[in-house]
Design a binder for this molecule. Structure first.
Ligand SMILES: *Cc1c(COP(=O)(O)O)cnc(C)c1O
Length: 376
């Protein structure tokens, strides 16, 4: 946790649960990523944290933006991003959203099906379009399943059709899965799509852009490789497959830019044992699955938790949220241990909660207010 966040928590004692977010950290992460991959243009995946202070800091750094809805496009424009810096990257868009984004000046759109391509031709004529290809998500702690992306063969057909539909076949994208800790996932994906560039070139429709998606990991309970190692693996694969003829490179980081910028401060509501002699304690916090910690589903994302008793002897715990829903359990199987003196009424911190938390908070389930947010 940054000094700034520690001081804010100590001095303000803000009501819990709340997210305290150090906006300077986003800038540090942005610069570290630029340094690791200097040839790539950064499109921040807005869904990771769409708060205005985050977007305006990034707009000030001349970041580009990957938006998933008309509302996210609007947030970027409001934050000072030019329309030309925005990509409408969701492959599933309402016709009305496409039309509004196009009217606002957005000219870069993703698709992964013939049907979506037809919508783009109708509502965003003349735009640059790129096709999302399905790639392996092995090694990702938060995989993106098979909901998105098409085959290389289908991408070839659709990109050729784009020209006939009055669109500019601009490039190809993929996403190797979120919180991807294995840099070779990008190398495998680059190898998979590289042939498309040759094919389309041979067909007289050269592609210009390769979008390597997001997935760059942030540090949770366990350490992850440094960002430079991802940059090196990606550049080695790009050179291997494209030689001196590199396409424009785009990356869409979400989690990496904002994850470790935020800390959730929460209150322990109850510490209990099912039987007096049971070594396992149940620790109930005032934030859970419905208060924003949706990525604890399947115990996939394992947040680091600190308490006022760190250093004291610990014992095994199950950790749960405050609602009356049985699914509102954060960790039962991930071998969490917390200090034995931890008591109800005390505050704990959940670290690296800057990404995919605030917007996943439910609206007043069991009456609980949405997560409070402090950007400092
Ligand atoms: C969610 C998403 C991202 C960001 O992924 P991270 O793992 O947070 O970096 C990037 N691109 C697309 C298309 C996405 O859906």
């Amino acid at each position: 946790m940054s000094q700034k966040i520690a001081r804010f928590l100590a001095e303000q004692q803000p009501a819990t649960p709340c997210l305290v977010f150090d906006v300077d950290r986003v800038e540090e992460n942005f610069r570290a990523l630029q340094k690791a991959l200097p040839l790539a243009r950064i499109y921040y995946a807005v869904k990771a944290n769409p708060a205005a202070p985050v977007l305006s800091r990034l707009a000030g750094l001349r970041s580009h933006f990957d938006a998933a809805s008309w509302e996210e496009v609007q947030l970027c424009l409001d934050a000072g991003a030019p329309a030309a810096a925005i990509s409408f990257g969701n492959t599933i868009k309402k016709a009305s959203a496409i039309a509004r984004a196009h009217a606002a000046g957005v000219r870069m759109f993703a698709f992964d099906s013939a049907e979506e391509l037809a919508k783009l031709a109708a509502h965003a004529p003349g735009s640059r379009v790129y096709c999302r290809v399905l790639v392996e998500n092995a090694g990702a702690e938060w995989p993106l399943s098979r909901k998105f992306g098409t085959s290389v063969e289908m991408a070839r057909t659709l990109l050729l059709r784009a020209t006939e539909l009055g669109l500019e076949p601009y490039g190809v994208s993929f996403h190797v899965g979120s919180q991807q800790t294995d840099a070779s996932a990008w190398a495998a994906a680059i190898a998979k799509v590289a042939m498309l560039f040759t094919d389309l070139s041979d067909a007289g429709r050269p592609l210009r852009m390769l979008n390597l998606g997001g997935g760059f990991p942030t540090r949770y309970r366990d350490a992850v490789p440094a960002i430079d190692s991802f940059g090196r693996a990606i550049m080695a694969a790009m050179t291997e497959h494209f030689g001196n003829d590199l396409p424009e490179m785009v990356i869409e980081p979400g989690r990496f830019l904002v994850g470790d910028a935020g800390v959730v401060s929460a209150e322990v509501v109850l510490v209990s044992r099912r039987q007096p002699e049971d070594p396992l304690r149940w620790v109930y916090l005032d934030i859970g699955r419905f208060g924003g910690l949706a990525e604890t589903e399947g115990e996939a994302i394992r947040y680091r938790i600190t308490t006022p008793h760190d250093g004291a002897p610990t014992g095994p715990v199950s950790i749960a949220g405050p609602t009356c829903d049985g699914a509102d359990i954060l960790y039962e199987r991930a071998n969490y241990r917390l200090p034995l003196p931890l008591a109800c009424g005390e505050r704990v911190e959940l670290h690296a909660t800057g990404a995919y938390v605030t917007t996943y908070a439910s609206q007043r389930f069991n009456g609980f207010a949405p997560l409070a947010e402090h950007y400092i």
